[in-house]
Design a protein around this ligand. Structure first.
Ligand code: ADP
Length: 398
């Protein structure tokens, strides 16, 4: 059963065509710089040449049309007819309190996705555009929405309520929602498989460390707490986002620098985190390289990143009581042995014993990187959100 998985951003559409039966990715790629000069469509498929086409791609409709034309292309394509696509799975960032699971997209669901735009103005409008484009281009093909927030919807109220007047939650839905849910879900199930245990009996801490970073405490398969909040800005230090900070700072800086709300948003979302502290880059590979070259600012950025993560792990240990597995995923989690080492350093006394050699040799693959006698198993597990979306889509349209 072939499922097209789409992730529509403001100026990009990422896609994968996945056979949901055997979990195989038949093709993957994306369109970048939609509506800008130099838009680019790329695709990779097993056994085929890498495809890279540049040209003008004005909007999401044209981007998705181009992707479909490439998928059925005589030479580079992987299917003969668009009709072979049996379902479309859309990654949707915010589902508010409406969705605690994936759903078939109908008019009522579409309306709720629209309602959530006020929570995620940078993401949901583009997810919405992707859905309406597919409705037009591939009429009649069932579509499923898979929400980044859904997995965290079972958090207890004491984990998601902020210490501000409760009326603001009632009036505007201001609470912690959490994101990266599909990734936290995927790696926790993979870890369960690796441990060959009943998910109901496992406690885990999952660290998704990419450009955006979040951590989740998972009890019996359910997310009971996570670091991202009302928006993806809260929690861990990230590539360009600040993560946690004293809210009074924002008011101070806005007053002193005479910033508008939009400028303050930009500062916190685009100019903070690793790039803000290092002054040079938001990319962990650059930070590591600069640190090796002696940059004190890069070293400070990396130290803040790891220290913040360690503190969150500590707090989730307390929330869970016992931790059976600690999992690293995302570009940094999967590849940076330095980040993993600095984060877990000193936690032996809490039952987390990192095998330094295994850690050093692990890059981008599934691996158990703790010693055999470590009470908490430590895993590196590459995430696969697209596969979860394809499986959920196939399951629901069946
Ligand atoms: P996104 O959140 O956009 O999906 P990724 O999950 O691909 O991003 O993660 C991107 C981050 O992973 C970047 O900070 C990048 O530097 C980091 N990364 C990728 N490979 C390595 C590596 N070999 N060593 C350290 N960091 C890496």
């Amino acid at each position: 059963m072939k499922i097209l998985v789409l992730n529509c951003g403001s100026s990009s559409v990422k896609f994968q065509l996945i056979d949901a039966k055997n979990h195989e990715a038949l093709a993957r790629g994306g369109v970048s710089k939609i509506g800008m000069p130099g838009a680019l469509l790329t695709m990779d498929a097993p056994g085929k040449d890498h495809v890279k086409i540049s040209g003008e791609i004005l909007d999401h409709n044209i981007a998705i049309e181009n992707i479909l034309n490439l998928l059925v292309h005589e030479e580079f394509g992987v299917i003969k007819d668009k009709k072979e696509i049996e379902g479309i799975g859309h990654r949707i960032v915010h589902g508010g309190e409406y969705f605690s699971d994936s759903v078939i997209i109908n008019d009522e669901v579409l309306k709720k996705i629209q309602d959530c735009i006020e929570y995620a103005p940078l993401h949901n409008p583009h997810n919405y555009k992707g859905i309406t484009a597919c409705k037009r281009i591939l009429p009649g093909i069932p579509m499923v929405g898979v929400f980044d927030t859904a997995f965290h919807q079972q958090m207890p109220d004491y984990a998601y309520i902020y210490g501000i007047p409760y009326i603001l939650y009632k009036r505007y839905g201001i609470r912690r929602y959490g994101f990266h849910g599909t990734s936290h879900y995927y790696v926790s199930r993979k870890a369960r498989d690796l441990m060959d245990a009943d998910i109901e009996k496992l406690n885990m801490i999952t660290c998704h460390l990419g450009n955006g970073c979040s951590i989740a405490a998972i009890n019996g398969g359910k997310s009971i707490d996570t670091s991202m909040g009302f928006t993806p800005l809260e929690g861990l230090l990230m590539g360009t986002r600040s993560g946690d900070l004293d809210p009074a700072i924002i008011l101070q800086v806005m007053a002193r620098e005479e910033l508008t709300t939009a400028e303050a948003q930009t500062m916190l979302n685009k100019h903070s985190g690793l790039v803000g502290i290092s002054g040079t880059s938001s990319d962990m590979r650059d930070i590591e390289e600069r640190m090796e070259d002696g940059s004190k600012q890069a070293e400070l950025a990396l130290n803040v990143f790891c220290y913040r993560l360690k503190k969150y792990i500590g707090s989730y240990m307390a929330a869970l009581g016992r931790v059976d597995a600690l999992i690293f995923t995302g570009g940094i989690g999967e590849n940076s042995d330095i980040v993993r080492r600095k984060t877990v350093e000193g936690l032996d006394g809490f039952g987390m014993k990192l095998d330094l050699k295994k850690n050093k040799n692990t890059r981008g693959e599934i691996s158990e990187i703790s010693y055999k006698d470590s009470q908490t198993k430590i895993f590196v597990i590459p995430t696969n959100e697209e596969l979860v979306i394809a499986i959920d889509t196939a399951k629901l349209i069946n």
